[in-house]
Design a protein around this ligand. Structure first.
Ligand SMILES: [Zn+2]
Length: 673
């Protein structure tokens, strides 16, 4: 639907629209055969992929609109007369330095030369150890990184977490899988490293050919990859929580010398901390002692180059894009500079931009209506728990307690992050990125061994997304997602229940999915389930996992969805729809939803059309492969066409019959929340 059509046919004051965009439908398609095509076919035809996007969907479209709004805000700062030392001056300078293409081209690799020289000058293993710390201090994380996160034993406290990192291709499978696509990625990655080692001049500094340097890094990263847990193991909170003293951690990974490492990072008295993957840290310790020093230096140099490439001259940016953008994602064209710099600025000063964003674009009425929707969803969830036939009363009581304890965040934080210590200068774009990294590292590490700040937000207000955090038992809906087509102040609530209502229910259900259910109402990792109920849950969840694993997402190369990897998200979608639908029915009884047909659709039909519309998207083949391998969410098409056949309310609303594409026999439908 175009903006002009909306303006011309807008509702009269006090009169609500249906919230359904008829242009989004493909009425030639049959809803009982392919609901995704029926509900989203018009949208997909009207929003073809442009060369900038490997996937473009409803979420991405709204994110683009939000970025336009941020650009307006940033423009107003850049053109203003800002006081010296003010945050506005920092924002303007960061943006202007990033946008100054002429200077970026002139500087070439110069901004990373000091770090590369430092690495080239490493003389021995002690020097390599000290350089690892120096890089970690600047947010460049060879091998591993440290963060402040909740203590699973007592989530009211934040402790240090040692996390495995160190893989330039992201996931371990990229190094180890033998299929054709993975092999092509490795070839592309070697080419990228060779090209950028040469651009950076590290071949000359080190006296080794760029191709040889690339091979050395590949070998070392492959060794690290073999020691990483796989993605499914990483989804298990018990398998990734190993609290240790420094002495215990030193026994696991002696060459990290944690007793020296933490103070050098600026963390005194670290106390007990979590080593997420001890076996991996043992391997890192061996790498530090065993690998050839030149390989270690090449690996560090590559970490610097790879971190910096997006913020250097266009030759680096293009090489980076050819691998990460074109080859891996299927994106045809680089985003324009202003979008890339806006993203970087958003990363560096996200809450400062967010504060301006909500002041200008977020209406207070939106927050009030959201709070009502959330309360109605919470009430519906309570009823679903009480009615569930697969749990006994003790488990139900504990679940209801956890539900009642959910902490709700809407729009924007009550207190904003202080950026006064962030330094910005006009020397180079990458230097500003490094200063921002240091600022963030200090901020992160300052949380260790302190009470958890429950009022901190894990997303900025302008983000088009939402989250559930198990260790604070909180749901959060940033202002960025509280806009059409997710949430429409001018629409009847049937569509709002189908869109933002399901998003709310989805986030609440995360507290009770296969991961979230392992945390109690206070966010501690502790088992509140009766054993037989836990077994029922697992059996019911397996029905959903198997259902998704049977989906062929691509014919060539033949690719299947991973129902284990996406289980938590699919449980959340399944639960979210049930909760939102019940909440809508209750709202209809209270006359808060128009029971009449609007635009030819009943409220129940509007609910499912609005739900499906959230997932409208076009996508490249490369991106289908990438997301299927890496994303814990199912693809948009299957969040509709695989999720809805499990929902009896959908089957009834659209009168789906046995033999239809959207049919699933009642006994095969997942019974969870
Ligand atoms: Zn989710």
């Amino acid at each position: 639907m175009s903006v002009s059509l909306l303006a011309a046919c807008g509702p009269k004051k006090g009169e609500l629209t249906s919230g359904i965009y008829l242009d989004n439908l493909d009425t030639q398609a049959n809803p009982v055969e392919d609901f995704y095509q029926y509900a989203c076919g018009g949208w997909m035809a009207n929003n073809p992929l442009d060369p900038e996007h490997a996937r473009f969907g409803t979420f991405d479209k709204l994110a683009e609109d939000n970025r336009d709004q941020m650009r307006n805000l940033i423009d107003s700062i850049v053109t203003a007369n800002n006081a010296t030392g003010s945050l506005a001056e920092k924002i303007a300078m960061f943006y202007n330095v990033g946008m100054d293409s002429t200077t970026l081209q002139e500087q070439g690799a110069a901004p990373i030369q000091p770090l590369l020289n430092e690495i080239a000058n490493i003389k021995d293993r002690e020097g390599a150890y000290q350089e690892m710390i120096a890089l970690h201090r600047q947010g460049i994380d060879p091998y591993f990184g440290i963060f402040g996160e909740a203590d699973f034993d007592d989530a009211s406290m934040t402790i240090g977490w040692v996390y495995q990192t160190g893989l330039g291709m992201g996931d371990r499978d990229e190094y180890l899988k033998t299929d054709e696509v993975s092999a092509k990625h490795r070839e592309g990655y070697l080419n990228l490293m060779s090209a950028e080692f040469a651009l950076a001049g590290y071949d000359k500094i080190s006296g080794l050919p760029a191709e040889a340097l690339a091979q050395m890094v590949m070998k070392l990263e492959t060794r690290l990859a073999k020691a990483h847990y796989d993605k499914l193991t990483n989804r298990d909170p018990y398998k990734t929580f190993h609290k240790m003293t420094t002495n215990e951690a030193n026994a696991v990974a002696p060459n990290i010398r944690f007793n020296e490492y933490f103070p050098a990072m600026g963390v005194e008295n670290v106390g007990k901390f979590n080593v997420a993957q001890p076996e991996y840290m043992t391997e890192v310790s061996k790498v530090l002692a065993e690998e050839n020093l030149e390989s270690i230096k090449a690996y560090y140099a590559w970490n610097v180059i790879n971190t910096a490439a997006s913020y250097l001259s266009d030759d680096f940016v293009t090489a980076n894009f050819e691998y990460f953008g074109r080859l891996v994602s299927g994106q045809q064209q680089q985003r324009p500079r202003w979008k890339r710099v806006t993203n970087a600025l958003n990363g560096a000063t996200g809450e400062a931009i967010g504060q301006m964003y909500v002041a200008k674009y977020f209406p207070k009425e939106a927050k009030d209506r959201m709070v009502t929707l959330i309360n109605n969803l919470q009430e519906a969830f309570g009823e679903r728990i009480k009615q569930a036939t697969w749990m006994d009363q003790a488990t139900k009581d504990a679940a209801l307690q956890k539900l009642g304890a959910i902490y709700v965040k809407v729009g924007y934080p009550d207190k904003w992050r202080d950026y006064s210590k962030l330094e910005v200068s006009n020397d180079s774009y990458f230097a500003n990125i490094l200063r921002s990294n240091r600022f963030d590292v200090d901020y992160m590490l300052s949380k260790i061994n302190k009470p958890t700040d429950r009022d901190e937000w894990q997303m900025t207000p302008q983000t088009v997304n939402a989250y559930y955090n198990p260790t604070t038992n909180e749901i959060c809906f940033p202002a960025g997602i509280l806009q059409p087509p997710f949430f429409d102040l001018h629409a009847d609530d049937a569509a709002n229940y189908g869109a933002i209502g399901v998003v709310i229910g989805h986030e609440m259900t995360h507290g009770f999915d296969d991961q979230g259910r392992q945390y109690d109402k206070d966010g501690n990792l502790s088992d509140w389930w009766q054993p037989s109920d836990a077994e029922n849950f697992k059996a019911n969840a397996k029905v959903l996992a198997d259902h998704f694993s049977a989906i062929k997402v691509l014919d060539d190369p033949e690719t299947y969805a991973n129902g284990e990897l996406t289980l938590g998200e699919n449980i959340a979608d399944n639960g979210g729809i049930h909760l939102a639908f019940l909440a809508m029915q209750k709202a209809m009884e209270r006359k808060q939803v128009n029971k009449e047909e609007m635009d030819g659709f009943t409220p129940e039909q509007r609910f499912f059309l609005a739900y499906a519309n959230v997932w409208a998207s076009n996508i490249t083949t490369e991106q289908i492969i990438f997301l299927t391998n890496n994303d814990v969410h199912s693809l948009g098409r299957w969040r509709v066409n695989a999720t809805l056949p499990n929902i009896t309310e959908f089957i009834e609303t659209w009168n789906v019959k046995e033999g239809n594409g959207m049919w699933l026999a009642p006994e095969k439908r997942a019974k969870l929340w």
